[in-house]
Design a protein around this ligand. Sequence first.
Ligand code: PEP
Ligand code: MG
Length: 573
Amino acid sequence: MGKSMFSGIIASSGVAIGKAFVLKEVDIHISDGVLDPSEVESEVARFEVARSQSVEQLEAIRDKAAIKLGKEEAEVFEGHILVATDEELEEEVLEAIRNLKPADAALNSVINANVAMLEELDDPYFRERVADIKDVGRRLLKNLLGIAMVSLEDVTKGTIIVADDLTPSETSQIDLDKVEGFVTNIGGRTSHSAIMARSLELPAIVGAKVATDRIINGDNIVLDAVNNKVLVNPDALTLEQYHALQVSLEEEKKALAQLKALPCETADGKRFELCANIGTLKDVEGATRHGAEGVGLYRTEFLFMDRAQMPTEAEQFQAYKGVAEAMGRQPVIIRTLDIGGDKDLPYLDLPQELNPFLGYRAIRMCFDKPEILNTQLRAILRASHFGNLKIMFPMVISVEEARRLKGILAEVKSALKAEGHPFDDSIDIGVMIETPAAVMIADLLIDELDFFSIGTNDLTQYVLAVDRGNEMIADLYDHYAPSVIRAIKRVIDCSHEAGKWTGMCGEMAGDEHAVLLLAGLGLDEFSVSASSIPRVKKVLRGQRQEALEALADKALSMATANEVKALLNAFVQ
Ligand code: PEP
Ligand code: MG
């Protein structure tokens, strides 16, 4: 393959150089003959060997995942082991072999029949099991046919993973000592694997569409997740330049690390709160290492994903308490469940919708299924006794909703009091500002609340009516649009007039140029992925607040996003 280059979406920034390891599924050919009765015994033995091999492999993967990622993530593989050791399934295969089917054909027909049967059932739990059975069935078949398992376990040092997509369980198997980065055909910045890559601080480009077509195993790859380029077999000079860039990025990282203990303030002493976005307890380590002053967004959805049923109150309590304790007196803003839109929970059996982003999601779904919110609020309140927690609700559009949420919270508090559970009775409550409706009534909403946090990922899509996940209109999705900037200004001003504060937990808060503008607009708190913390601090420490306010004033008078960007570029120069 000659020199080639393509781009995608930067999921996690950095530069990685290495050899390609392409994860591609091979075609499996199933035998179509009939056994001679004398062969039955050896076919049964062949199946049993493949079965125990599969169980051993799955146990090893589970144990590794438990050490690297914790018990929650390892549970996925527990489910796989249950399928592989299922006695009914085994008996069905043996029966088919005794009816003179070769072992692979027997296994294949049993798996297909079970999948078809479960897909028919109107039960979300069983439908969820279909994926597990398909996965395990493929593993059994490959072991049976002696097809090498393409596994992330097999990668050697200095690898760049190239895949169509990486599932959360695949991402969890990545060995950071060997893998330098990954590039996938599908996915976006807010997809599961992208968020995991950022918390692993692993350079990654997703949504590159052609990665598995353009790259073959062993190609030399430069993954430039700073300038959004994937280079395939670059020439020696280019490689040399990238090695030099890696060295300078490493030096920059070290220099930035020096800022860890310094406050996030401008040269003339205007102070900002600089926090981290997290998805799980494990992300707290990175947040603290980079000097986060708190957690500005704890996306609780991750606790609800990759499992077969809702986490119980006890499980949620443990998770929230863990984060609260790990952060000590530093604030942790826990967002209640934000499911729907592009985030599905198969066991909830949510309806298919024509406009899922305008549909049954977040608190709307929670109002409809009160036990979900009730359980979560109980767990959060109980955990509030162990740290400094705040509660944040996503996707609010009206004062009625804010009042209703407060009413539910008050009821939960009364119940906990009656049961004698200790909790922080004066816990702060805020909402995410993600909808134009919330922006327009920010002055009314803030009277009900303690704070706002602007979710620009959604706010941008709703203000502009541009789907955040649709690559055909990706060029229209722009948080520098004057409409978006004016919305942000209004929200900050409304909170300040009421003596309250506004933070931002959308991706815009980590955009180096946007940071200047946001500080000038008076934003009080920035909540960004942990690895972006040092850079945001550096940017702000190099400026005077007065200058940033003048810059923001000018930006507000600009007529187009490009003018705003040009203004910021010129300011930075
Ligand atoms: C947002 O919408 O900006 C946000 C932070 O929430 P999420 O990306 O989880 O929708
Ligand atoms: Mg959102």
